[in-house]
Design a protein around this ligand. Structure first.
Ligand SMILES: Cc1ncc(COP(=O)(O)O)c(C=O)c1O
Length: 452
């Protein structure tokens, strides 16, 4: 290890506070200090090379340091770094809004920018609430969310969350929401199998809406895959049924595509798999190809029109962030969309999805792999102490974490969700790189869990 790395670590240990990290353990870990990226690889300050198996927290699409995106940002930088969308507009923000309206599911046409997935969801909540209030549906002030859901870390988005570990301590700060079950087929509470269950779990959502229908402003869902919950994949038809129930009970549908959007599931949007158009769609993460923080909350014209009126009507949407529609971030997003179009990224990734499926079938046979869930390039490998009984590992053992430390030694960056190992490589990963990722994953699981 170089003196430089030592010095940088010292600064980190002295001054940084890392997200979702028990800092007491952090000081013993000597995490790599990342300095450079190219394609699907990252390099640390000691020259070690790592395959970025999680797309730097699910954002990198076309690889690190893509010339097209870097150049678009540089060109924008030469013109204008920032101007506000309060009272003004900008070239890249308008062009990107039009592009997003053309790329999102039918009916979505109005783009409200912010800068993270959490703010995109927060905005969707306020938008839905105010829309209902202004449409005279004042009793519709509640939100239905799903058990195990994750929508971000601001108070509104945490209120919608369903992962106890992340929200328990904040209980007194949160507002009340209504929970409905999301399918977790490996541990189905109804003890049914996905191929024959006829989506009985959506019956509980129907019951919730039957009971609270008139009070519900919106149902909020991570379509097809609950990411942070451990890549829980919903069976086909689930999202469509949720849309139908929202229509039946007059609730808006908010699809949080922060994790699932931009090709992760094999289509541009998860909603496309089931021909579903939400009333509001939230996007962030991959929106700029992983270059700059940018988010968008995209609504229908009907919702937008609900905010129109004379100045004194006070129907204005009173929300906005300083960096809303930042021109550099919008230029990056336009360039990323350009790469999708010129490279046929979605088409090209299909054989890699098949390769991933094949490799995962082998990993599924390992003695401590309980379940493997995949939707496109979103993968969760659930590790269990006992494969027969599905008994989880002891929480204190940090089995998932030990797997990613093994992966690091073998040249790949992974990050677990508890004892679920996540794979979410950049969309441009090659055949050889995918084989490498699968090999390292297999070896690391074996090293951390053993063969017995
Ligand atoms: C589905 C979903 N929504 C919202 C968020 C929050 O996004 P951010 O971390 O950009 O605030 C995430 C982050 O992982 C997510 O997976």
């Amino acid at each position: 290890m170089s003196d430089r790395t030592d010095k940088l670590r010292e600064l980190d240990y002295r001054y940084c506070w890392h997200p979702f990290t028990q800092m007491q353990g952090w000081f013993e870990e000597d995490a790599p200090v990342i300095e450079r990226g190219e394609g699907v690889y990252l390099w640390d300050t000691d020259g070690n090379k790592y395959l970025d198996g999680i797309s730097s927290l699910w954002v990198t699409l076309h690889g690190h340091c893509r010339a097209e995106i870097s150049e678009a940002i540089a060109a924008q930088l030469a013109l204008l770094e920032h101007s506000t969308m309060l009272g003004l507009t900008s070239v890249p923000a308008t062009e990107l809004a039009a592009k997003l309206a053309s790329l999102t599911p039918p009916g979505l046409s109005r783009v409200f920018y912010s800068d993270s997935g959490s703010t995109a969801v927060e905005i969707a909540l306020k938008m839905a609430f105010q829309f209902c209030a202004q449409a005279g549906r004042t009793n519709r002030s509640k939100f239905v969310h799903f058990v195990n859901s994750y929508h971000g870390d601001t108070i509104g988005s945490v209120s919608l969350g369903g992962i106890n570990l992340f929200q328990e301590i904040y209980g007194p700060l949160l507002f009340e929401t209504i929970a409905a079950p999301y399918p977790y087929c490996y541990r189905c509470p109804l003890e049914l199998a996905p191929d024959s269950c006829e989506l009985k779990c959506t019956g509980s959502l129907a019951e919730v809406l039957e009971q609270h229908g008139e009070e519900v402003a919106a149902v909020v869902i991570e379509p097809l895959v609950q990411g942070a919950a451990g890549m829980l994949t919903a069976p086909p038809g689930h999202l469509r049924r949720v849309r139908e129930l929202c229509n039946e009970y007059g609730a808006l549908l908010i699809c949080d595509e922060v994790a699932t959007g931009w090709g992760r599931t094999g289509r541009l949007w998860a909603c496309e798999h089931e021909d579903v158009s939400p009333d509001i769609l939230c996007t962030a993460k991959g929106l700029t190809g992983g270059y700059l923080p940018l988010a968008a909350t995209i609504a229908t014209e009907e919702i937008f029109e609900g905010f129109l009126g004379p100045h004194e009507s006070r129907k204005t949407f009173f929300h906005g962030h300083t960096y809303t529609g930042n021109p550099l971030a919008c230029a990056a997003a336009l360039a990323s969309i350009g790469v999708f179009e010129t490279e046929n990224t979605l088409e090209k990734m299909q054989p890699r999805i098949a390769q991933l499926t094949e490799g995962l079938a082998e990993i599924a046979k390992m003695p401590h792999v309980g379940d493997v869930r995949q939707r496109g390039f979103m993968v969760g490998i659930e590790l269990v102490r006992d494969k027969k009984t599905k008994e989880p590992y002891d929480y204190a053992k940090r089995t998932g974490h030990r797997v990613i430390l093994e992966a690091r030694k073998r040249g790949a960056i992974l990050r677990p969700l508890g004892d679920v190992i996540v794979l979410m490589p950049p969309l441009v990963i090659s055949q050889a790189e995918m084989s490498e990722l699968l090999r390292v994953t297999d070896e690391s699981i074996e090293a951390a869990t053993g063969n017995a």
